[in-house]
Structure formats: C-alpha cells, structure tokens
Design a protein around this ligand. Structure first.
Ligand code: CGF
Length: 835
C-alpha cells in the first residue's frame, strides 16, 4: 500500500523475490517450501505426486501477480474483452505449458535435477483434465492460449465437470469405458471463487404483472435454484505478463438439505434433491458430433450459460452504470450450439432484471454475440422438445417464442408469400412434438456466423443454412481453425523446436509464419540430417510407449502411419483398416513384394452408445491380432490401437508420426485440427479434399501432400444419382477380396459373423463411400511407399510442410476473430502500473 502525492493510498501488486525469484535456487527453495508447508512433506518422505503439487504451487506463485495485474489493467483501461462460451475446454496438462509460457521450463528442470528429480517424471503425475470430447474442446483451449499470448483480454466460460471424458480401456479388443475421476488427486491449477457464486433457476412458472403505469413485466416464480460456484484456472500468455481466466462453473445444491422435506421424514427425497442439483456438473456427455437429448444436458447448457451471463453483467455493472455500451465492452462467442441458449438468457436478464425495452435489448444481444458452427452432420444439430423446455425453462421458452415471432415477421416482410421458407427458417420446428432449433436461435441472435474452414464455411452457406444466408449474407464468414504452436511444437517436440530456433531464432513460437525462413535450409544437408534424426528420436519415444503397452517394439525404419481422432464412420478409420487388410493379402500372396514396412497406429474414443464405431475398434484390434502374429508378415506390417487417446498421448504420438491419415469423406470433416499438428511436426498427410486438408495442401504444395478421393461436390453428385457401392466392389478385386476376408470370419474365428454388420453396411449402403474411394486410396498409399523409400525426397517434402504450415497457428485464427468479429485490441500488461 503506497501513499500517493494526492494523499490517496495506492495498492501495488508486490512480489517478494524469495517467493517468486527466478533463479534455480529461488525456485528450488519455493518447491521445498511448498513441499513442507503445502504438502506437509520433506524431500525424504515426498512422493512424485507431492513434488508435482509443490512445483505446481511454486509455478503458480510466479503467475499470481500477473493474473491480478491483468484483471486490474482490463478493469482500469475499460478494455473490451471476449467471453468464449464453450461446453468443452480440452486444456490438457498445465504444468509443462505454464513453465514454458513463464519461460522457466529449463529453470525447473535444473532446480529439480539439483535434487535428483527429473522434471519429465514429475510431469507424468498430472492427470489430463479431459473436459472435452475432441476437436471442438481442444480448439477452445488453443484459442484461450493464443488470446493470452496475443495479449487480448479474454474469459473462457464452461463447466467444471467432476468426471471428464471417460478413460478408455481395451478389453479383448473391445472399448470399455471407465469414469474419469480427474480431480481425485486435487487440482493445484484452480482457485474457487465462492464469493462470485450465482443462483440459477429451473422449473417454476411465469406470471405477468401489470403495473399502475400499464406496463407489464414477466416474473419467473416457484423455481428451484441451483448454485453455480466458479473455479478459475489461469491461462498464461507465452512469455508476456498476460494471464487470462478460464472460469468453470460447478453446481452446488442451493441449500444443504431441504429440511422441510427432511422433517417430513422423506430423507431420501431430501438427499435426492441435493444430488440432483449437483449432478448438473457431474459428468461430460461423451458424444462428439451427435446431439444428446437428455434433460440433464439441457440443464448443463442453461446452467453454465446463466452463470456466465450473470457474471458478465455483474462485472460490467461494477464498471459502468449503463448497459448501453455492453457490445463495446463485451464480445460473446458461442462455441457451437451448446451455449446457444445464451441469446435468450441475455434477453431475459436485460428485460426482466435490467428493465430494458425488448428492441434495445435485442440490439445489444445481437451486437454482442457471435456463433461458430463446427459440423454439418444432421445428427449433431441440437434441437430440444418444446414440452421439456416449457417444464425446465418456461421464461426462456417464452422469450424464444417472442424472438421467433419477431424474426418471422422480418422474414414475412422479405418473402411475404413464402410460408414454406418461414417453416424452414422458424426457430420452432413444427411436428407432432415441436422442437427448439438451437442453431436457428444462435444465427438469429448473432451478428456473425462462421464456419471453421473455407470449404465448411461455404457448405454452411449453401447446404446447412441456405435460407439464413439468403436472409443475412453479411453475417456469414469463415475462420479457418488453428492450433497453438506452444503446445503443439515447442512443448511436444523440443528437439525440432531447437533445430528451428538455432537456424531462424525463436520468433516462430510467437509468429508461426516465420517458419518460411526454414525453407532456406531445404537443401542444407546438416539440417536435413537433423530433421531425420529428430523424427527417429521421436519415433523411438513413441515406440517405447507401444512396447510398454503392447509388448512389441515397432521397427523404427517402418513408416509410422497414424490415425488418431474420435471414432466416427465419416472419419473412415474403416477405410484405413481395409487398406491394411489389402496390403496384408498382397504380402501373403507375394511374400517377395518389396514394400516399405509399416506400423499402423490407431487411437481414439467412440461415443459409448455408438455401436458401429465400437465395432470398428474391435475390427482394428482383431485385424491387429491376426497380422501381428502372422509369421509370414514378420514386422513388415504391424497394427496397434493405443487406448485412451487424449491430449497428453497426442503430444507423444504426433511428433513420432511419418504419415498423418486425414481420410474423411469429402464434405464431412468441418476442419480437423490434428491434420495441422501432424504437418507442424514433420509428418506428411494422406488425405481427401475435405475441411482444412484443402488449405493445408494449398499452403504446403500439392506435390507435398498425398491426395486421393472424391471431392465434396462429386460426393454430392454421386449420392444424388444413386450411389451403388457394388459398382465399385465389382471393379476392385482388392476391395472385394478384403471384404470377403472380413466376412469369412478370418479375423474373428471366435465369432465368424461378428463383422457382418460392417460388411453389410459397405455392400448395401456405404454411407461414407469407402468403396468409391478405396482404389484411389490404395494408389495414394502406394505413392507413400515409393516416396518413403527415397529419404531425400521424403525429407524435402517434410521441410516444405514445416516451412509452409504457418497459417495454421491459432494466433492467425484469433487475430482474424479479433479483427473481423470481436473488434478487440490487445491490452498489454505492465507489472509496474499501479491503480
Ligand atoms: N463438434 N464438432 N466438430 C469438430 C470436432 N469433431 O470437434 O470441431 C472441430 C473444431 O472446429 C473440427 O476441427 C472438426 O472437423 C469438427 O468435426
């Protein structure tokens, strides 16, 4: 507390050197002090988990003053901030990333080493916060890190699930789900903010009150309240002073026990009510790209949205005594339809709680809100039954109806006699049971609607929402995804990062477009040799994981051919499996055939209720079993399914890959982000012209990308003209033979008809056109083989990918969002500034 000239007392964030000193000794001292005071242990009795907690707290000590200063700076400078609302944040482990972004990774390594401890081992003690399903959740995490690195004021808002995405075990080739109790060891990276808890209403009814001045107001009464308790996680910028906040809401019963119920001796109901309300943030729904219709899911969505909107308005009113400038101070981004109810909730708060007129409230809501669509899959588009909405959120439904009434009036003005168009556009889907279309609510309530890659954004306009595009073409835009180079290169591939920094300095870590400078070394033999040596070392690390889990050491000279992503038929893991079987049959027939050895590596979870995807996992494992134990094949083909694919495993697999499989049916994968991470780590892509593959190929050069398959318009054309898979099976002996082998039960001697459903789907429907793309895929894979056996040619392609991948940094994506949707400007943090 410093007395100022004008007599006022100023608060300055102090940092006492011993506590946050940046020398190895200081850090070592802090770790020992936390071991003692925080964990109640000394070095002799400390477990690796204790050391992990101690160094995590010591690291946290070194960011807290930045965190506080960031908040104060934004408040003081009235900085506009983005609030990224997402039901998923797949943030991965925090310690290594935070040490790196604080610039003290090596310091930590040294100070632990000094005590005979290995940072690498300690890092393994951290459990992955699996608060997401896949790409959408990880994208939100990459975005938060880029926002902080680019010094933009930002809040991430989501749910603090007690159980994240399930842990996947493979038992006898089948996926088995285990609860992911990720908090069982505590979490040093979160800070509860009980004082900012919010009450959220459910159920009840709405009553209208007419006031003496004739005005009417709506009141949502007899509700059941659940408390949302915020837990804050710091999001550090890369080597700057910015620390933004990820605020995740946890549900708590509003009152411990409903004593009146309790006193009536209905103990069970008392406990049930408590458990019921706290079940809201209990578990993440494990569906990727398929809408979950359960009432608890709608409760989860409204819960975190209502908490977040209340928090946003509370903070705004603390600074301003008007809400008129809300859109100048806040940008709200809806990460898919999961938080779309925010449009109606913001309206409710502005009208019912802030007494703002409907029209004004609507202008504020639209101006403040943006919506991102991440998928075209019809089954992923969320719509909720009106009766469920009525029961759970009666006031919100009323507001949605009024939004829709006014919207359809706007449609009527433009297309007076087009009832069919009104029916298509309506937020309410007519039918025996009416439904609320959440994507429609999001578009109507937003000033911006974007897709996540050029092709996808185009298909959003032409396929998914043509009527809305007709209505508001100016709202639709594209923001091609990106990934943070801090986690997905600097952290997961330190050797390659060093080789780059040695030659082009470390500017690339902040601005990935600087990677083009490495192209000057394309013909540099030393660099080329280093690129190969680094890949081999990373393959070795991956091979160790495979050996420890599957008991065999993959051949490091083999092509590490990797497909890791959620299991979904449109991602076509089955096509990859068909190629493996065809290759196997070829090798059996021509044992002398001279092909490069391959290690096929799969990983990915299937939604627990998605039986076909689970059957594909079983097929891959059964095929692996047969081929891996076939003496005729030796190690020329090895197949492995690595269980429990998550962010941490990806950080080991991706740097060790030679081939990145991005083989979805064109028009189905909105973007993909794994494709970007692989190319950034020196893998070459085998892919279709789908999602961001198209832009990756444009950037790295067609000659450095193994392309195959039908284009999106060809897929639509063929489907339109009655696609018949048999037409392709008859013309492809390899494909037919592979299908016959599966159908024969060769890979499932214990249950010969196990995979009949897989073969039937391909022969009768082939929804994702594997048969149409099979031969071309086989051809592309043959090109991979040929190229791999020419290491100089391969290395050139790898360097071309590395040098031209800069576009796919989430920094570029975030800059575009900030300039074109959120109208945000950076707000650097000065630690000496006092307020
Ligand atoms: N939901 N969803 N969509 C996805 C992914 N499955 O999470 O979002 C990702 C992030 O936008 C996309 O990369 C991916 O193509 C798309 O399928």
């Amino acid at each position: 507390r410093r007395p100022m000239a004008d007599g006022t007392i100023q608060e300055v964030v102090q940092n006492h050197s011993s506590r946050v000193g940046m020398t190895p000794e200081d850090l070592e001292q802090s770790v020992l002090e936390h071991l003692f005071y925080t964990c109640g242990k000394d070095l002799r009795s400390a477990t690796p988990l204790d050391v992990y907690r101690a160094i995590s707290h010591a690291t946290r000590d070194r960011l807290v003053h930045r965190w506080l200063q960031s908040k104060r700076t934004y408040f003081h400078h009235e900085a506009k901030r983005v609030c990224y609302l997402s039901a998923e944040f797949l943030i991965g482990r925090a310690l290594a990333q935070n040490l790196l972004n604080l610039g003290i990774y090596h310091l930590a390594e040294t100070s632990l080493d000094h005590r005979g401890l290995t940072l690498k081992d300690i890092l393994e003690e951290e459990l992955d916060p699996g608060l997401g399903n896949g790409g959408l959740g990880r994208l939100a995490a990459c975005f938060m890190e880029s926002l902080a690195t680019l010094q933009y004021p930002a809040y991430g808002y989501g749910i603090r699930y007690e159980f994240g995405i399930f842990d996947q075990e493979i038992a006898n080739g089948w996926q088995v789900e285990r609860g992911d109790d990720w908090l069982r060891r505590g979490n040093p990276w979160e800070v509860p903010r009980h004082e900012l808890s919010v009450g959220v209403n459910f159920y009840g009814r709405v009553e209208a009150r007419v006031h003496v001045d004739g005005t009417k107001s709506m009141h949502w009464v007899d509700t059941q309240t659940v408390i949302g308790v915020p837990y804050d996680t710091p999001i550090l910028g890369y080597q700057n002073n910015t620390v933004n906040t990820l605020r995740l809401w946890s549900a708590k019963a509003s009152k411990e026990f409903n004593f009146s119920v309790f006193n009536d001796g209905d103990y069970r109901r008392a406990v049930e009510e408590k458990a019921l309300s706290e079940s809201i943030s209990k578990v993440l729904y494990p569906n990727d790209e398929s809408a979950e219709g359960k009432e608890l899911r709608l409760k989860q969505q409204y819960f975190f949205v209502a908490c977040s909107i209340a928090d946003i308005i509370r903070r705004h009113k603390k600074r301003f005594d008007t809400l008129d400038n809300l859109p100048d101070q806040i940008a709200i981004q809806l990460n898919d339809t999961h938080p779309a109810i925010a449009v109606a909730e913001l309206m409710r708060v502005l009208i019912d709680e802030e007494s703002i007129a409907w029209e004004k409230a609507w202008e504020l809501t639209k101006a403040a809100t943006g919506f991102t669509n991440h998928t075209l899959l019809p089954e992923a588009l969320e719509k909720w039954p009106v009766p469920m909405f009525e029961r759970l959120l009666p006031r919100i439904l009323q507001i949605i109806y009024e939004i829709n009434r006014r919207f359809l009036l706007e449609v009527h003005v433009k297309w007076p006699n087009d009832d069919e168009r009104k029916r298509r556009l309506s937020i309410i889907e007519e039918g025996p049971v009416k439904h609320v279309r959440m994507a429609h609510l999001a578009v109507v309530g937003s000033h911006s609607v974007n897709g996540v890659a050029e092709l996808h954004s185009e298909l959003v306009c032409t396929q998914l929402m043509p009527d809305f595009h007709d209505m508001w073409p100016q709202r639709f835009n594209n923001k091609t995804n990106g990934v943070t180079p801090r986690r997905w290169l600097l952290q997961c591939n330190p050797d390659l990062s060093e080789a780059l920094t040695e030659r082009i300095s470390d500017g690339w870590a902040r601005d990935l477009s600087e990677l083009t400078k490495i192209l000057e070394y394309k013909d540099d033999t030393e660099f080329r040799a280093e690129v190969r040596a680094i890949k081999r070392k990373n393959k070795e690390r991956l091979a160790k994981v495979i050996e420890s889990r599957h008991g065999f050491k993959p051949n490091l000279d083999s092509i590490f051919d990797v497909q890791v992503k959620r299991l979904h038929e449109y991602k076509r893991q089955l096509l990859n499996c068909l190629h493996i079987i065809a290759l196997y049959q070829d090798m059996k027939e021509n044992p002398e055939s001279d092909r490069a050895p391959r290690t096929f590596i799969f990983g990915g979870k299937a939604a627990p209720g998605y039986m076909m995807a689970k059957l594909h996992i079983k097929l891959i494992n059964d095929v692996a079993d047969i081929i891996n134990h076939d003496p005729a094949i030796r190690d020329r083909i090895k197949v492995v399914f690595l269980s429990n694919y998550n962010v941490s495993l990806a950080e080991i697999i991706i740097p060790g890959a030679d081939i990145s499989e991005q083989i979805s049916m064109a028009g189905k994968e909105a973007s993909g982000t794994g494709n970007m991470k692989f190319a950034m780590n020196g893998a070459l892509t085998v892919g279709t012209l789908d999602g961001a593959n198209i832009e990756i190929r444009e950037e790295v050069g067609a000659e450095n990308f193994f392309l195959f398959g039908l284009k999106a318009d060809e897929v639509r054309g063929l489907k339109g003209s009655g696609y018949n898979p048999n037409h392709y099976i008859e013309r492809s002996p390899r494909l037919r033979r592979a299908l016959d082998l599966i159908a024969s039960g060769f890979f499932s001697p214990d249950d010969p008809s196990r995979f009949q459903p897989v073969v039937n789907e391909l022969r009768n429907l082939d929804t994702y056109m594997l048969c149409a793309d099979f031969d071309d895929y086989f051809r592309a894979q043959f090109e991979v083989d040929q190229c791999y056996r020419d290491p100089e040619n391969w290395t050139s392609k790898v360097i071309e990918n590395l040098g031209n991948i800069g576009k796919f940094s989430s920094d570029r994506t975030i800059e575009q969002y900030c300039k074109e949707i959120w109208n945000l400007t950076p707000c650097p943090i000065d630690l000496t500034e006092s307020f």
